[in-house]
Design a protein around this ligand. Structure first.
Ligand code: UDP
Ligand code: MG
Length: 327
């Protein structure tokens, strides 16, 4: 018997949740009728919602054994809510999907088929982004370029709709960093993997929970948790500027010695102050970003805190619980 778990992070999703549950249960039934070797469950992670999300999850879990719920103590953000779900699951196949069902549900069956063919990781990839706003599309393209430039491997147009095998998930458990950028980490796990293309729809109901600020923060984390290139670039800039200044000083000295008219000017003394001031601030900012990361990592704070769970089949991992349940 193969166990399948679908993990759904939810933050204030009361508007879509009832229909999401219904549709996902239908998907499970479809998969089970195609292949009676598979038994499926749904795991909803309530990321500290302030609406009726948890109420909906817990009543559904009381009614239906296939539904489980994990409630975080407050809003931890999409990535950590997802991680909490993934690490609470005990299943051979785990698929993560957003609560708003913008992702094509038919892909789930194809993902399971790809798993059957021997893949440990199956990425859901959007073939086009016509459902996203113009600004979101442009920033996404620019961001993927930047990541590539920095040597960070991510799957293009893949969000967090993916399948993980038990083996891949157990490897993910070994990644202990607090600032976890799942989209960057999963490709580094390795194992056989494949991609499935689909069209992304618009949200059924409710509003996007990803504000501009959240997206920017995810973007910065994506770079600084994977690459030290910005630090190296600062160092390089420092070398170039210092060398240039050295040449300039030589030239100033030479004019002073050979030409009486050479009066040290305003520009040559004030502009470098601004320039160097700017470069230093930039440098400090970049270094600060990394120092901040070290600071947070050394504190070994829990990445998420679970307040309550409902349903059977929630994995309780002592080793991880030690780390996650208190600071
Ligand atoms: N989400 C979450 N915690 C948050 C923000 C979002 O668990 O702090 C969930 C949300 O409920 C949804 C998924 O993450 O299931 C993706 O969010 P959303 O659909 O708002 O993002 P978008 O599709 O607009 O990028
Ligand atoms: Mg969405």
């Amino acid at each position: 018997m193969l166990s399948l778990a679908i993990v759904v992070p939810c933050f204030n999703e009361e508007a879509v949740l009832p229909s999401t549950m219904e549709q996902l249960l239908a998907v499970l039934e479809q998969i089970q009728s195609d292949d009676n070797e598979i038994s499926g469950k749904l795991y909803f992670v309530d990321d500290g919602s302030r609406d009726r999300t948890w109420e909906l999850v817990s009543t559904a879990a009381a009614r239906d054994k296939r539904i489980c719920g994990v409630r975080l103590s407050r809003n931890h953000g999409h990535q950590r809510a997802l991680l909490a779900g993934l690490l609470s699951v005990d299943a051979d196949i785990v698929i993560s999907i957003d609560a708003d069902l913008q992702d094509d549900l038919d892909v789930i069956g194809r993902m399971v088929a790809a798993y059957r063919e021997g893949n440990d990781v199956v990425y859901g990839v959007r073939s086009e982004r016509d459902s996203d706003s113009f600004a979101k599309r442009v920033s996404a393209v620019a961001y993927y370029r930047l990541l590539k430039l920095m040597g960070i491997e991510v799957v293009h147009n893949h969000a967090d709709f993916r399948l993980l095998s038990r083996r891949a998930l157990n490897t993910l458990r070994e990644y202990r960093e607090v600032n976890l950028f799942l989209r960057g980490v999963i490709p580094t796990i390795g194992f056989p993997s494949t991609q499935i293309q689909y069209r992304r729809k618009t949200r059924d109901a409710g509003r996007s929970k990803y504000t501009m600020r959240r997206m920017l923060s995810l973007a910065v984390h994506g770079v600084t948790s994977f690459s030290a290139l910005p630090l190296r670039m600062i160092a390089l800039l420092g070398i170039v500027v210092s060398f240039g200044t050295l040449l300039l000083s030589g030239w100033v000295l030479w004019t002073r010695l050979t030409n009486d008219a050479a009066v040290p000017g305003w520009a040559s003394s004030v502009l470098p102050i601004y320039l160097l001031g700017g470069i230093q601030l930039l440098g400090i900012g970049v270094v600060g970003e990394y120092v901040g990361k070290i600071y947070l990592e050394t504190k070994r704070r829990p990445r998420f805190i679970i307040q309550a769970t409902v349903g059977e089949g929630i994995r309780y991992d002592r080793r991880h619980a030690d780390r996650y349940s208190h600071s």
